[in-house]
Design a protein around this ligand. Structure first.
Ligand code: NAD
Ligand code: MG
Length: 378
């Protein structure tokens, strides 16, 4: 707070800094931040902002954002795209870039992503390439995007060759995570994002996993626990990103639960009616713990505890919970091989020695994975 008397009551926010040198930025987390987004964004010194959103989020929140920006002297234009993963495409990229140019966004101006990870990844990539790069602000509106995709600067679209294969590292200039916006998020999306929250505890923060077990109801109900969970997740992700911005090293730990999870997403053909990413991650987290226990690395009690917590919030933890089936052991192995480089019959995996004790294992024999999956099925 500075000395000047505030004209309006300000939403209280938790600030998480992301100290990346000349690309440093802040993440603000709190209920009600959208209403004062204009003031915080105007402080970046732009004259105009192109708001990119989707057709679910736009009708709920875009007008309030535009009004707040305009009250603070910014010219705005809004582009709304159809919701869903298919929007992360070359065709949408063209639409967004042209809309940004039509809005006369100059080098000093801003693209503002208002939506979930789909909007954030697409708008961030458009910002990275329009005029060889303009600044952008993330206003994530799903739990997943507030705790994961809006932080770290990975942007991009999908190609026929696979997900997220065309993109750029482009850090946002500011992230505003208004936790009140999650009140309108469908429960299934809320749970999916929560799998990524739990993941941070499982990677290297056992105290946070304990906290999650005690406080998850408040996170879902929208109490102060929600702000704390989002902020703590952002601190965890920011710490990893600061150590390894471009994923040359231990940023890979963020993939805990994702080797199995991605394979299940592939097997269910990215059909969100069957499995959304966070559900795949939840099963994958439970499997990473059971696999680590089967390898004798981790206590079975830890694997049971992780599974019990995910199940308590309503997330799936077992292959048998994949709607429409998961195929055979070979189908899963083949889907995993597409994701990970198999070198000499070995896979790279994120394994655990316990809750909060993950590590990168580079030489996991495929035969051990096969035997584990066989056990999972029978
Ligand atoms: P999403 O953007 O598709 O949003 C999920 C659904 O919720 C959509 O239908 C959306 O319209 C709706 N929605 C969003 N906010 C809402 C709100 N407040 N109220 C009501 N409905 C709302 O999905 P997501 O899970 O946020 O993001 C998934 C994407 O994120 C994937 O494309 C994934 O590749 C990407 N991702 C990127 C990173 C990264 O580091 N860049 C990390 C993880 C995931
Ligand atoms: Mg993920």
């Amino acid at each position: 707070m500075n000395g000047a008397a505030a004209r309006m009551p300000e939403a209280s926010a938790i600030t998480v800094p992301v100290p990346l040198g000349d690309r440093a930025y802040d993440i603000h987390v709190g209920r009600g931040l959208l209403g004062e987004a204009g003031r915080r964004i105007a402080a970046l010194g732009a004259r105009a902002a192109a708001i990119v959103t989707d057709e679910n989020v736009g009708p709920l929140y875009a007008a309030a954002l535009a009004a707040s920006l305009e009250q603070n002297g910014l010219r705005t234009a809004t582009i709304a795209l159809p919701p869903g993963e298919a929007t992360k495409s070359y065709a949408s990229l063209e639409r967004v870039c042209d809309a940004v140019l039509a809005a006369k966004i100059e080098r000093g101006d801003l693209v503002v992503a208002l939506g979930g990870g789909v909007v954030g990844d697409l708008a961030g990539f458009a910002a990275a390439v329009v005029r060889r790069g303009v600044r952008f602000v993330q206003i994530p509106t799903t739990l997943l995007s507030q705790v994961d995709s809006s932080v770290g600067g990975k942007t991009g679209i999908n190609s026929r060759h696979g997900k997220n294969l065309v993109g750029a590292f482009h850090q946002p200039s500011l992230v505003l995570a208004d936790t009140g916006l999650l009140d309108s998020l469908p429960l299934r999306e809320m749970r999916a994002g929560y799998a990524e929250v739990v993941k941070y505890g499982l990677i290297d923060d056992p105290a946070f996993f304990d906290w999650c077990e005690k406080n998850w109801r408040g996170v879902f109900a929208g109490g102060p626990e929600r702000d704390e969970a989002v902020a703590q997740s952002c601190r965890s992700k920011a710490a990893v990103v600061v150590r390894d911005e471009r994923e040359d090293g231990d940023r890979a730990l963020l993939n805990l639960g994702h080797t199995f999870g991605h394979a299940l997403e592939r097997i269910t053909r990215y059909d969100s009616a069957r499995l959304v990413h966070g559900e795949g991650v939840a099963i994958g987290l439970a499997q990473a713990f059971r696999f680590s226990a089967a390898l004798g690395l981790c206590d079975e009690a830890d694997a049971r505890r992780v599974e019990a917590h995910l199940a308590a919030v309503g997330l799936p933890t077992r292959l048998s919970q994949v709607p429409g089936g998961y195929g055979t052991v070979d189908d899963i192995l083949e889907a995993m091989a597409q994701d990970k480089k198999v070198k000499g019959g070995a896979l790279t995996f994120i394994l655990v020695r316990g809750i909060g004790q993950s590590f990168i294992a580079r030489d996991v024999p495929v035969d051990r994975v096969r035997a584990f999956l066989q056990d999972e099925i029978t």
